[in-house]
Design a protein around this ligand. Structure first.
Ligand code: CU1
Length: 250
């Protein structure tokens, strides 16, 4: 039934309600009611349910995404949130199919959403967002809490597409636990050698640097970075030409 309702809403917003056998009715509880097309005067992001009267008089509320205002000529109601949850978590909880809704740790999910909204740290936000997305996709808290779950692999080209002797990008910011994959692009051979004096203390320069060089286009070299800090590296054959790179791990 929930899935049917969602499909119905998509149809409703995409086309016109009359062809779908529905009528829209004005209701009279002004404190909760928001007319379609009205500006949001509260100054906050609106969280609204679209009210639809189905044939036979059944009244249904369809959650609109946060920030979406009431469509013209429709009637909407302010969202009755599930206690303790943000409107977005609340709307998801109401719409998920039952087994998932019951299995989900809503407190954890809600905490992740709050972090996404509140944190100004790129990596904190990114990790919270992937945890929330993973949970919404049905994964357990344990699964999405593993450090590797939110880790990403960023690519750096060795040599520009035009054959220039540069790393692209030459400056890269990643999160602790992320990996970097260097790909031999053009004008090789290239390699990646970290500067002993310009990496965080305690990190082995040998462990993250290449001994050899990548000769064939498409060859790759990959390392994972677990220590925060600034890392400077260069390409040995082209150091004199200024083929340098910098990595910031936060
Ligand atoms: Cu090079």
């Amino acid at each position: 039934m929930m899935r049917f309702s969602t499909l119905l809403l998509v149809g409703l917003l995409g086309a016109n309600a009359e062809n779908m056998g529905m009528q829209l009715r004005k209701v009279s509880e002004p404190s909760q009611e928001v007319a379609g097309g009205e500006a949001d005067t509260a100054g906050e992001v609106a969280h609204l349910d679209l009210e639809v009267i189905l044939e036979g008089g059944e009244r249904k509320l369809f959650p609109l995404l946060p920030g979406v205002s009431c469509p013209p000529k429709m009637t909407c109601r302010t969202r009755n949130s599930v206690a303790g949850l943000s409107p977005m978590a609340s709307a998801l909880k109401k719409n998920l199919k039952k087994p998932l809704a019951m299995a989900m740790d809503w407190g954890e999910f809600n905490g992740n959403l709050k972090t996404v909204v509140a944190s100004d740290q790129m990596c904190t936000r990114r990790a919270a967002m992937s945890r929330a997305a993973g949970m919404a996709a049905g994964l357990s808290v344990a699964a999405v809490s593993k450090p590797a779950y939110a880790a990403e692999t960023k690519e750096v080209k060795m040599g520009t597409d035009g054959g220039g002797l540069q790393f692209v990008p030459s400056n890269l910011k990643i999160c602790v636990g992320d990996s970097v994959k260097w790909i031999n692009n053009k004008a090789g051979p290239h390699n990646v050698v970290f500067d002993e004096d310009a990496i965080p203390k305690g990190v082995s320069q040998e462990a993250i640097s290449m001994e050899d060089q990548l000769g064939d286009e498409g060859d790759t070299f990959e390392r994972t970075f677990k220590e925060p800090g600034t890392y400077e590296y260069y390409c040995e054959p082209h150091r004199g030409a200024g083929m340098n790179g910098q990595l910031t791990v936060v």
